[in-house]
Design a protein around this ligand. Structure first.
Ligand SMILES: [Zn+2]
Length: 353
């Protein structure tokens, strides 16, 4: 009995080593002193019988597979274990032990790589946090007569946005990637919005570059988010208004969300992208969500990404057990910012689902 179980254990050990070694034989054989010239994959001299061009390490099954057409005094084909046994006159057990040692060394290297990448991630996290802090330190709550206040007023959100936590940065550098490097194209006033996670921690900043008059700045891309702390903005949003016990409005852009908030008199959050419209982690006390989608012009391939994202998001929140209402503008090409600005609410206020 005891004997049987130790045989079983040994078989298990072999199986385990074969599986760990699979795909790593080039590394293992090199480590164990088989000259690389034998492992090129072309016809070469044989490390065992010393035939001049009869050997090929093809590694077809990634088990260190090879064959030798001369096979003078050794087997014609085999795997990595056979190669070690025949090259060094080792028993199978000796080959097994050596391979195991090499694999352990290899997994140590993998661990090492992992810990290096972990410290790189930490460094990136710190860098992202420092950049965000630097901007926050130079920003102030916006006022009616600064560029942010002027921008919001010009878009029809004076009053609506009074309670929003937008910040005003007087001179934010604008950098643009040109080829492989970043080039500074100037400094402009900017509207800063905090992107927060469900605990209210700041994960990124959304920046909108403006002119002193409160128009969009003459830069290639006026709106940009900063690299998020921790590498992902999943679940995060710009919480424009504090949610109450009633429905929470979700829309993609800041302006669209302000439009939706103005139209409904409900607190709204901006998700920044279609993709994130359905991935916001909602406050646990929120039982009802109103999803405000965009109605893009039908694209050439007849899909409507804004509308599709809104429908999908609505379903996601329904699946989470929330009561959901979906709002879509009826006119193609409009979003709820346009609807608010053009005063089309009365005829646009159609609940699509
Ligand atoms: Zn040979």
């Amino acid at each position: 009995m005891g004997n049987d179980s130790s045989i079983e254990m040994y078989k298990e050990r072999i199986k385990n080593t074969i599986s760990l070694a699979n795909g790593h034989w080039l590394f293992i054989l090199d480590r164990l002193g088989i000259d690389k010239k034998y492992l090129s994959g072309s016809n070469t001299a044989c490390p065992v019988c010393k035939g001049t061009d009869r050997f090929q390490f093809h590694d077809r099954n990634e088990n260190g597979d090879w064959f030798c057409r001369k096979a003078g005094g050794h087997s014609q084909s085999g795997n990595g274990f056979n190669l070690l046994m025949e090259s060094y006159g080792w028993s199978f057990h000796e080959a097994l032990v050596e391979v195991e040692k090499t694999i352990q060394c290899n997994s140590y290297r993998t661990e090492l790589k992992r810990s290096i990448s972990h410290s790189t991630q930490l460094k990136e996290k710190q860098d992202a946090a420092e950049k965000i802090q630097k901007i926050l330190k130079s920003s102030f709550p916006f006022e009616k007569n600064d560029p942010v206040g002027r921008y919001l007023k010009a878009r029809g959100y004076e009053g609506v946005a009074d309670k929003c936590d937008f910040l005003f940065h007087p001179s934010l550098a604008y950098w643009e990637k040109q080829g492989s490097q970043f080039v500074k194209l100037g400094t402009y006033p900017a509207m800063i919005a905090k992107v927060v996670n469900t605990q209210g921690e700041i994960i990124s900043l959304h920046r909108l570059w403006l002119t002193p008059e409160g128009k969009k700045a003459p830069v290639p891309c006026q709106k940009k988010s900063m690299p998020p702390i921790g590498g992902s903005m999943k679940g995060c949003s710009i919480q424009l208004f504090k949610p109450d016990s009633g429905p929470l409005v979700l829309a993609t852009g800041i302006e669209t969300s302000l439009g939706a908030a103005a139209l409904t008199q409900r607190p709204a959050w901006a998700t920044m992208s279609d993709a994130m419209l359905g991935s916001v982690i909602l406050p646990s006390h929120t039982t009802e969500v109103w999803v405000f989608g965009d109605s893009d012009f039908p694209c050439t391939n007849s899909n409507n990404p804004g509308k599709d994202a809104a429908i999908k998001a609505a379903q996601t929140y329904r699946d989470q057990g929330k009561k959901v209402r979906l709002f879509l503008p009826q006119t193609p090409g409009l979003d709820f910012d346009d609807v608010w600005q053009t005063g089309q609410y009365s005829q646009q206020n159609k609940i699509a689902a």
